[in-house]
Design a protein around this ligand. Sequence first.
Ligand code: F6R
Length: 602
Amino acid sequence: MCGIIGYIGDRKACDVIVDGLKRLEYRGYDSVGVVTDNDGKLYIKKGAGKISELEVKLNLSELPGNRGIGHTRWATHGVPDDTNAHPHTDCTGKIALVHNGIIENYLELKEELIKKGHRFKSDTDTEVIAHLIEEELKTERDFEKALRNALNKLKGSFALGIIYSEDKEHLYFVRHESPLVLGIGNGEMFAASDIPAFLPYTNKAVFIDDGEYVILSKEDYKVKDFRTGAIKEKEVHVIKWSLEMAEKQGYPHFMLKEIYEQPRAVKDAIYGNAEFIDEVAKEISGYDKIFIVAMGTSYHAGIVGKYLFQRLAKKVPIVEEASEFRYEAEEVIDKNTLVIAITQSGETADTLAAIRLAKKRGAKTLSIVNVVGSMATRISDLVLYTHAGPEIGVAATKTYTTQLTVLTMLAIALARHLRTTDEKYLNTLEEELYKLPELLNEALKHADGLKALAKKLKEKRDFFYIGRGISVATALEGALKLKEISYIHAEGLSAGELKHGPLALIEEGVPVVAIAPSGKTFDKIVSNVEEAKARKGFIISLGDNEELMKISDVFLRMPEVDELLSPIIYVVPLQIFAYHLAVIRGNDPDKPRNLAKSVTVE
Ligand code: F6R
């Protein structure tokens, strides 16, 4: 996830752009860049770091001109450094552009362009677009047409801001599966990834749709279809949000916004890793002694990882809390050990200590991380990013489902490499994985019902979450979400454990949440639910099988999905439920008491 912004008008472009970038920083903050035009000459300043530091260090306010574009980056291809920071330029230096998204076919395009003599300066997928437009301009002199020809060769997701020094009157913007909105001013125009970027200047917005591009001038904007060139009529919306509301995109809390972002986040996790996953799987395929280390929600992702590795790659990792591993595992780690660390922040003290210990003992380390450039990424041998974008709510939501997505991809790639699972089944699973964004949207539809349920259960003192097999992790995660933001006691456990003790606590009206997708142990969990029902527990079940409905007080019908993918979908209603209970009880779900987003002390 990155943020883009553009301005054309009478103000000093750099001031508007820097101001807007500060409000887009939530979309990424590993590097920043601005390009302005002054009378047909482009001025570029860019570098790794946060906008507040670079504004001074690079003297961004010195950039001349009334037309320009800017970018705040969250690295996908290429490390966060000065060279990989946007804008990127073509060989002539006349085209500069910024990009939010991922170009899937960039390697192929880059190879062709290099053969044609183009010289690349960065490792990004973005730079390819500048050279591609330059190449098209060799045969099509009209910039707009050349741009269209280039766009039709790109595969992936992209929102682009483009400046061409020979066209002094315009800026160009494009949208395909990454957000873009125009701000309509009086004698000035804005374009950005999100409304807060320009809201202090205008509250009139035009939402650009996939497959459209925009030609922006001071007084006017034209929106066209980039496949046909046809003009598109667009509606101007008047935004009534305050700046604070706009930063949350109209959601009352970041947590809710982040829950709803999951279809997009999971999609980015899939596309952002598709290219690297086989290589990483190959590198780790020789290890049989595997530890997965993490804390909290990331630890629950580790439990899902264990089931995935077991079922698909026939490897049995030991999943351990990093806080335990760091003191207990030293003597059993050696160079034949693989340690997989899962951490959204990449800064959790216990997880970092676990990685360092593994390294000290000569083990191979792989980290699954959300924050680019964080410590975990710097000290690990291998890194896979979750591409969820910055998560501001303290309770992990989209970073969890993207961790699960990456682990699923890794287990599939490993199984394929080791030939441990039937290829046909792996293909079907992979096809379903690509459908996850749609299925997540379906799961989100339970939101209203869950709000009503939260109202009904707001005075309950204890909740039990039960699951079997891979759903044990979902039970643990559902209980953790509830505890941390609603401050209600909740216990997550494997349903088989119920009658070994906890069943003594089930009495009339005690809520029992059963995570019961169809699969290997469906019949077993039905029996466990019956046990709780017999003690008059209040049964809330999540599943895709009608049989459950008969024995449940509340039944949430979930989309049908392979059991191995179910944790990604089934956790969503549990996040929403916890969110509503927190709000109804008067808590701020974004800032739960006693907790911090990143636990950097032991
Ligand atoms: C719970 C939550 C925490 C984190 C844990 C590890 O919602 O967010 O339990 O999962 O503190 O954090 P990371 O993943 O940053 O290592």
